[in-house]
Design a binder for this molecule. Structure first.
Ligand SMILES: Cc1cc2nc3c(=O)[nH]c(=O)nc-3n(C[C@H](O)[C@H](O)[C@H](O)COP(=O)(O)O)c2cc1C
Length: 160
């Protein structure tokens, strides 16, 4: 199977949209990512897949911690901002929208859930790394609805 066929196949998997963020105020970066899933509950671990060319790749390895912010349906603009080359690094961060989590990673206000992770392991595979995160802390908001990504577009539960 070639890359185009593979992409056409994978775009049918509806997924939650997250922003993975790293760094201290003044020196933060992050990316929009759908490649995040639970790995185990005991211990509480997740995994994320990050392109080695992404600006956040080096900082995640250096900081040894990162956050995963599961986006709410009204946060589509942020998903676009963190996946666009128009803004980079700290310029992607709206000052009022972010606070610091226990590990020191940035936490996005208004997200449906925030996971504060310590980097536990990395598995490099060609263009990407699988980062395994130990979830140290987190919070969620029961009444907020998720932003979804499906067939190359953003959706919410009502549109779906
Ligand atoms: C919906 C969506 C999901 C994405 N998921 C991932 C992902 O799981 N892993 C990844 O490395 N990049 C993913 N990307 C691409 C990054 O968001 C994009 O390359 C981003 O600009 C990071 O690179 P930069 O910080 O170097 O600009 C996704 C983009 C979009 C729009």
């Amino acid at each position: 199977m070639d890359t185009v066929q593979f992409r056409n196949l994978m775009r049918h998997q509806a997924g939650a949209v997250t922003i993975i963020a790293v760094g201290k105020a003044g020196n933060r970066t992050g990316l929009t990512a759908t490649a995040m899933c639970s790995l185990s509950d005991t211990p509480p671990m997740i995994l994320i897949c990050v392109n080695k060319n992404a600006s956040a790749y080096g900082p995640i390895k250096a900081a040894k911690c990162f956050s995963v912010n599961v986006l709410a349906k009204d946060q589509q603009d942020l998903a676009k901002r963190f996946s666009s080359k128009k803004l980079e690094g700290e310029a992607r961060f709206d000052q009022d929208a972010w606070i610091t989590m226990r590990t020191g990673a940035p936490l996005l206000r208004g997200a449906i859930a925030n996971l504060d992770c310590e980097l536990a392991d990395e598995h490099v595979f060609e263009t990407h790394s699988i980062f395994i995160g130990r979830v140290k802390d987190g919070q969620f908001h029961e009444k907020v609805e998720p932003l979804l990504y499906f067939r190359g577009d953003f959706w919410d539960l009502k549109k779906a």
